[in-house]
Design a protein around this ligand. Structure first.
Ligand code: ADP
Length: 275
């Protein structure tokens, strides 16, 4: 490599001492877009409640009066529009794509909105997935958004890394559940965040407990969680614990998540405002 080098970098052992800046891979937003803070929501695997947390965070910020958006980057398992009852087709104009709004005014984009049938499977390889997410970032007109939440693909693999490299992300929320190997997942997410130099807002434990409607007691259905030790080990904050709530899954299933009455993520929203 150094044979072709015109101005060698410090790390390659070349003779010149001019340092090469790290390549900026960040994609530009659409010229008409304006986004305040961007928060990526990650999990170790699918089914943990990452999309639900993304949705509840957006609801909480929207209820506080912030202009809020969700970019569904979980291209192979998109579930955001369904929980809001929002359907395609998406309106496009000459210079860009207009994101549909939910009932309470949250701007949404998801591959689901572009599919002929919303339950058509998306069987794409990683480069297509990441270029679709980049298009959602660059070609959608995100007008005056205060907070955008990105529902990341599950896991901390290549696709997530590429997305983190390409988009301007200000903070990461890690979602776990008590039945997982929390320590391993958090350790991977922390490494990824360090590589990208993005702060971790905190950990949210989903399906933490079940509140019995008959006696009001909390039951740990999946046993004791290890999230407190893990958070301490990595110096992270636990910013929310969400119970298993049949009402939640009913609202998600019916596309009426905006009617869900409980504010379970107030502390997490405070932390997002604070970054
Ligand atoms: P992920 O995005 O991690 O794949 P989802 O957020 O799509 O997971 O959640 C998977 C399923 O579990 C959804 O049907 C969702 O409604 C349900 N679910 C998630 N968290 C809860 C909860 N705390 N109480 C009840 N149902 C939940």
């Amino acid at each position: 490599m150094s044979g072709n080098c015109e101005s060698s970098c410090g790390g390659c052992g070349g003779s010149q001492d001019t340092k090469q800046e790290p390549q900026d891979l960040k994609k530009q937003l659409h010229p008409k877009s304006k986004i305040g803070k961007v928060i990526g929501v990650v999990s170790g695997k699918g089914g943990v409640g990452k999309s639900l947390v993304t949705t509840l965070m957006a609801l909480e910020m929207n209820r506080r009066g912030y202009k809020t958006a969700i970019l569904d980057a979980d291209i192979t398992g998109p579930s955001i529009p369904k929980s809001f009852g929002v359907k395609g087709p998406v309106r496009t104009q000459d210079d860009g794509v207009i994101p549909p709004k939910s009932k309470t005014g949250i701007d949404l984009i998801s591959i689901n909105l572009f599919l002929e049938k919303e339950d058509d499977p998306v069987l794409w390889r990683a480069p297509i997935v990441t270029s679709t997410v980049n298009q959602f970032w660059q070609e959608v007109i995100w007008e005056d958004i205060d907070y955008m939440f990105i529902d990341m693909p599950p896991g901390t693999g290549d696709v997530s890394l590429t997305i983190f490299q390409s988009l301007r992300i200000d903070g990461i929320i890690i979602v776990t559940s008590p039945q997982e190997l929390v320590s391993m997942i958090v350790s991977k997410a922390v490494k990824m965040a360090q590589m990208m130099n993005i702060p971790i807002v905190g950990l949210i434990e989903n399906m933490s407990y079940f509140k019995c409607p008959d006696n009001g007691k909390d039951y740990k259905i999946f046993g004791e969680s290890h999230i407190d030790e893990t958070a301490k080990q990595y110096g992270l904050d636990i910013i929310g614990k969400i119970p298993i709530d049949p009402q939640l899954s009913e609202n998600v299933g019916k596309g009426t998540i905006e009617d869900y009455p409980v504010d379970v993520l107030k502390e997490a929203a405070d932390m997002v405002v604070a970054i």
